[in-house]
Design a protein around this ligand. Sequence first.
Ligand SMILES: [Zn+2]
Length: 273
Amino acid sequence: MTKQLKDMTWEEARAALETSRLGIIPTGSIEQHGPHLPVGTDFLIADCLAKRVAEKTDAIVTPTIPIGFASYHQDFEGTLSVTPEHLAAYYLDVANSLILYGVTHLLFINGHGGNAGALTSVCRDLRDRGIASAFVQWWDIAGGINEKWSMIGHGDINETSIMLAISGANVHLDRAATPENKWLTDEVQVTDLTVCKFGPGYVNSYFRTGDVSDTGDFLEYGHSATADYSTSPAGATAENGEEILSAVTAYILEFIEQFRKMNFEPAPVPSKE
Ligand SMILES: [Zn+2]
């Protein structure tokens, strides 16, 4: 089993950095997850995936960065948020701390969709410097492996299942139910954080989670409804959660093999003339 960075001495870290050029930075969030899940959900899932990946690779795995960008969840108590600009600068500083010691490949294991903007800007910066970088998100992976793991919403059955597997004592299945997305008018219903449905079409906007539901959890079907959106998180099981975690961990490990083969030149510097 490979140690995580926080458990190494500096001499062990030096030896690890001499044999591995791959850094892994998990990124989480502390944000409301409906009436049935703890606010640490996105932190705990990213942290768990990183631990499992750390056990199977020689990558340098940093501690999970706990707080992300989640101001749109702050209609519900307990949500913490860092502005995307601060977050991107912080992520980049952590990445640069590994690059200083020769890391050439940086993989972020992201537990929260709200961090994606900051991560994209970090990846852009790193790419231009010739550093390979990427971020993986479990919900982008799970549905492709098994259709029943497709994303249904915030605090949905699969996210609840994963939390039962990781931190069951803090999951309250008796408080879980299929959330109802709000109607903004008699004819306009929110179908995602940035989309609402009116008649046969969809209109784009930006909503806070308090605009979307009264309970904090909500359905995310965006421009279409294909999965079964009546599925209740009350049907979650730790067994299902463990299966998702195992499958996603295996996927990330397989991706890492490909990721190590990706090499980029620094972008040309514009001439000053
Ligand atoms: Zn979540």
